[in-house]
Design a protein around this ligand. Structure first.
Ligand SMILES: C[S@@+](CC[C@H](N)C(=O)[O-])C[C@H]1O[C@@H](n2cnc3c(N)ncnc32)[C@H](O)[C@@H]1O
Length: 210
């Protein structure tokens, strides 16, 4: 019998301070985040095959969050929680320091037009936020089909001595995201995985300004 879950959605009462995540989950387990989880193909499959991990899916599109919530409840996946919010804000302001074991950031919007590049999520402030919120030894897995954006991401992260590059994450066929399936055979996929160094000095929480 699957456990009955009322809702997998987290709706914080305080949007300005770090959100203690553990109480939202049924079991105290490591927390991994799928940032920009889209339609949730990866998140749902990963949660199904890794019941000993708590997964937090973050996306700004309500329709997608609702769809994943329905599916997670239908399949009794009580190790999934969902947050509908802008990704940078979530990582910079809501994730507690050293709370996340792994971030999966698959096919972030590339904003291909040059005048829109400032909308890209990967920038030095975002990397600081990832670093602050990762546990020592925590990992970031990135994938994108957009070659120019991939080079930009590699340029930022490979030059950051708070991280060590590790073997890139390879999804199983069932874990491939909707976007990966869409780009399969059309465009090569760039993959980069990094590990936060154990002794790297901690990054400060930025001041919240809204
Ligand atoms: C290109 S899709 C990739 C979705 C999924 N990771 C995949 O690979 O199929 C990008 C997703 O990230 C979400 N997204 C884009 N920018 C975001 C942001 N700044 N904050 C939160 N979600 C964002 C979009 O709503 C969309 O679901």
């Amino acid at each position: 019998m699957q456990p009955q879950i009322a809702s997998t959605r987290i709706v914080p009462t305080d949007w300005l301070n770090p959100l203690p995540l553990a109480p939202f989950f049924s079991r105290p387990q490591p927390i991994e985040v799928d940032l920009g989880c889209g339609k949730g193909r990866f998140l749902l499959e990963r949660a199904r095959t890794h019941p000993d991990v708590n997964f937090l899916g973050i996306d700004r599109m309500l329709r997608r969050i609702r769809k994943i919530d329905n599916r997670a409840r239908r399949h009794g996946l009580d190790n999934i929680r969902l947050l509908r919010i802008e990704g940078y804000y979530a990582v910079a302001y809501l994730m507690p320091t050293a709370s996340i074991r792994t971030y999966y950031i698959f096919f972030p919007d590339p904003w291909p037009k040059k005048r829109h590049h400032t909308n890209r999520i990967f920038n030095p402030r975002f990397i600081d936020a990832l670093h602050r919120t990762l546990q020592p030894g925590g990992i970031v897995h990135i994938a994108t089909d957009h070659q120019e954006y991939f080079q930009e991401i590699c340029g930022i992260l490979r030059g950051d001595n708070r991280f060590t590059e590790i073997e890139p994450f390879q999804p199983t066929p069932e874990e491939r995201t909707d976007f990966e399936l869409w780009y399969e055979g059309k465009s090569p996929i760039g993959r980069l995985s990094l590990q936060k160094k154990d002794g790297a000095p901690s990054t400060q929480l930025p001041n919240a300004t809204i």
